[in-house]
Write a protein that binds this ligand. Structure first.
Ligand SMILES: Nc1ncnc2c1ncn2[C@@H]1O[C@H](COP(=O)(O)OP(=O)(O)O)[C@@H](O)[C@H]1O
Ligand SMILES: [Mg+2]
Length: 282
């Protein structure tokens, strides 16, 4: 019988759905609150076949992932996939290198280079984002040079070291929504539109989720994007542009609780099924 070790910090609605899906499948879950663990290889004992990382904290989740991998346990998603997806710049590099359509971007470390990079990207507006970030936090749409200067000075003076790497992306005009695809092993299992009158459409920021039919274009693009970052359980933000779909970013510990109802797809069930499938192959 397979037991899944579930790495977590706060138990969100998403983890509750995973627990419920496991119960329905008679799969045992060992809850591992990483905040209460002592990750010491000399004393640590495990009694599970596979590990699922559901930590809200990216940094704690990363350290725990490395620890379990050092014990030769398979962690979903593995540390290589996490390292690419947790950082928007690294994700964009992987996508561009693999020829997956993605908005143009650049990375710079000061205001002078930022201005030149923006010219290379075709001018204002652009979006500057923390490379490591989520829930639409600290995104800045920059319409002109004055606001560029002000935002970058604030980041330089007040920000943490992470905030001083300026990831700049071309601003993409969206039709009041973007697309979020849930992708497991390269297969798109369901898709939502996230509608918002604001240019930031995250459901964590009030975006409203409705079902989006899975088109051939979405499933082909998601498959390529998944391969570019190493596969596993992913969710992808997709923009609809005049020249076709583009992948904005890829999440490796995705939240999905608001998407099961509109799509009618048990994302939690698919996550547990995938863990079982991988565990049985080990
Ligand atoms: N370059 C962009 N052009 C237009 N809208 C954007 C752009 N980048 C982000 N957004 C909007 O902001 C949201 C959050 O940005 P995202 O890169 O996904 O960061 P997060 O990790 O915080 O979700 C996106 O879903 C989208 O609605
Ligand atoms: Mg996003």
């Amino acid at each position: 019988m397979v037991t899944i070790g579930l790495l977590h910090t706060t138990i969100r609605g998403d983890e509750k759905l995973i627990l419920e899906a496991a119960k329905q499948r008679n799969v045992k879950i060992r809850l591992i609150d990483v905040r209460k663990e002592i990750f010491n290889r000399n004393s640590y004992r495990t009694d599970y076949n596979i590990v699922l990382n559901r930590c809200v904290s990216t940094i704690k989740g990363n350290h725990a992932t490395h620890f379990f991998e050092s014990l030769d346990l398979t962690v979903i998603n593995n540390s290589k996939v996490s390292a690419v997806c947790e950082d928007k710049f690294v994700t964009s590099l992987a996508l561009q290198k693999a020829g997956v359509p993605t908005p143009e971007f650049a990375m710079v470390f000061n205001a002078n280079q930022a201005h030149q990079a923006i010219n290379q990207l075709g001018g204002f507006p652009v979006v500057i984002k923390p490379p490591l970030g989520s829930w639409g936090r600290l995104l800045a749409k920059i319409n002109d040079f004055d606001s560029l200067e002000a935002i970058l000075e604030h980041k330089d003076v007040l920000g943490s070291p992470h905030q001083k790497s300026f990831y700049i992306q071309k601003y993409i005009k969206k039709p009041g929504r973007d697309i979020r695809a849930f992708v497991i092993e390269g297969k798109t299992i369901c898709t939502i539109y996230r509608h918002s009158p604001h240019w930031i459409t995250n459901t964590a920021r009030g975006g409203v989720a409705t079902n989006c039919p899975i088109s051939k274009e979405i499933s082909n693009l998601s498959k390529k994007a998944s391969a570019a970052v190493g596969g596993g359980i992913l969710s992808m933000d997709i923009f609809e542009t005049d020249s076709g779909l583009q992948i904005n970013e890829i999440n490796h510990t995705t939240e999905f609780k608001n998407s099961e109802k509109p799509t009618g797809v048990s994302i939690s069930g698919a996550i547990v099924d995938y863990c079982l499938k991988v565990a049985k192959k080990i």
